[in-house]
Design a protein around this ligand. Structure first.
Ligand code: SF4
Ligand code: SF4
Length: 274
């Protein structure tokens, strides 16, 4: 089974649309596909596929809880917290502000007294949807207010891989969030290839270079998908491609017919037009 990511440094370039179109193309080739929506703060692959999400199962994450009886008020936990989620006054036990906590675990690792215990709390939901005989969709959604979604993405992807193995999928497509942050890194880990979806604008080229640099560091082979290819200056993307030694392998033209088919939800028609 191959793991292929659809990603992009910038939001709004058509990353999710490409993930769904690529899925439909593979289905036409007779492949069994699992599409995993790892854009957990704003998943929308189900909307593109015209399906609803039902029967979500909770995803839990560890958060810190202070056991004041064990605490010796040394303040170490507050010093290591990068999120400034621990307020400490000399001689007093710390106060943990849950809203700021990312659940990174540094405080319970560093505490010499074991005074910070781990407590599992719901951090999101996972949905498994069978769309057709050869297509499954796994969707993760983070709870509003969760500041670090990397652990949720890790869990969603782990369960998607398990399901993909169970159903004998040929390809698992991972639709990442935009950007280069922790949750994107979690989604890209272990992928055999990544498609970087971008557009021929200065913003597109800047953000494409950020994600290509990340993919280079992670040693994930990548190719560029140029969306709205003829609507800007294509050379800005060709220059980036040359710098990172990658190919522009997919060009999606800016066509009224394509946009009309897309906005009417006729994705099969879009695949015909590409
Ligand atoms: S788990 Fe991490 S972010 Fe949360 S309070 Fe502890 S050190 Fe800070
Ligand atoms: S590191 Fe542990 S003992 Fe020290 S202040 Fe924090 S909770 Fe208390």
């Amino acid at each position: 089974m191959r793991l292929v990511a659809s990603t992009g440094g910038k939001g709004g370039t058509g990353k999710s649309t490409f993930a769904v179109l690529y899925t439909l193309r593979l289905l036409r080739e007779g492949k069994k596909v699992l599409l995993c929506d790892c854009d957990v703060e704003c998943p929308n692959d189900h909307l593109l596929l015209g399906t609803n999400l039902h029967d979500g199962k909770p995803i839990y994450q560890d958060f810190p809880r202070l056991n004041a009886e064990k605490c010796i008020s040394c303040g170490l936990c507050s010093k290591v917290c990068k999120e400034n989620a621990i307020f400490w006054v000399k001689g007093k036990p710390p106060i943990i502000f849950e809203d700021l906590c990312s659940g990174c675990g540094a405080c319970w690792i560093v505490c010499p007294q074991g005074a910070i215990e781990k407590e599992k709390k719901p951090a999101g939901e996972i949905f498994k949807t069978r769309i057709s005989e050869n297509l499954w969709l796994v969707t993760g959604i983070s709870k509003p207010g969760i500041s670090e979604t990397g652990p949720i993405v890790r869990e969603v992807k782990k369960r998607a891989i398990e399901l993909a193995r169970d159903i004998g999928a040929d390809v698992l497509i991972v639709d990442t969030a935009p950007g280069t942050h922790c949750s994107v890194i979690q989604a890209l880990l272990g992928c055999d290839k990544a498609y970087v979806v971008t557009e021929p604008t200065p913003l597109g080229s800047h953000d494409a270079s950020l994600i290509l640099e990340l993919l280079r560091i992670m040693d994930v082979p990548s190719e560029i998908v140029l969306n709205k290819a003829d609507a800007g200056d294509e050379s800005v993307i060709r220059n980036i491609a040359e710098r990172y030694g990658v190919q522009v392998t997919v060009r999606i033209p800016y066509s009224e017919e394509l946009i009309r088919a897309y906005s009417e939800g006729k994705l099969d028609r879009v695949v015909d037009l590409l």
